[in-house]
Design a protein around this ligand. Sequence first.
Ligand code: ADE
Length: 240
Amino acid sequence: MSWRAVVLTLFPDMFPGPLALSLAGRALADGVWALRTIDIRDFATDRHRSVDDVPFGGGAGMVLRPDVVDAALAAADPDLPAICLTPRGAPLTQARVRDLAAGPGVALLCGRYEGVDQRVIEARGLEQVSVGDYVLSGGEPAALVLLDAAVRLLPGVMGAAASAEDDSFSAGLLEYPHYTRPAEWQGRAVPPVLLSGNHAAIAAWRQEEAERITRERRPDLWAAYRAGADRLPAPAARRN
Ligand code: ADE
């Protein structure tokens, strides 16, 4: 059985969107994963087909109704982990993506307006996930991000299996920089070690670059990496 994505949204036409192209699109066509959209509006009960209402307590925007969202969630596969995309969620990590890719699939609830009534999030035990510290106009682009990240890890999707292991974050570091031909371009040379054919020296250079870039750009990742490295028996990759 293929990996299953169920997306609950007011805008089903946004899917598969960009995921119909490239790696994920080929995998979708090949049946490596399957996509089902559920139109939340189909579960509205009044004659206006309304899905949202004003927030109790006042304030701007509209809130998705718990009864409508609950009925839509009841139509999703009950064996899939259910995630609500929201800027208030826990940050999406490569580790979480890896776990989701290793499971049966995922059900994704895309919030709109000011959000989703908190009671249905609690009643359904939805995991709340954010794709970054910025606000999108809805959860749909976040769902596309999560699906892209998970689908590329499914068996057979990526050409070179090794490249996922080298990815940024897989080892807790940002990835080293890449170079290809020409060896000199606009007066800029490729780092000579990469042309040396010395695989140990190349691996050491890449490790150093990954550590340097992480230290400079992501002090948070660097601190976590250092804390992890300190627990290793051999002080293999330590640097201040
Ligand atoms: N919906 C709106 N902004 C979002 C974000 N940053 N992550 C996930 N879902 C969102």
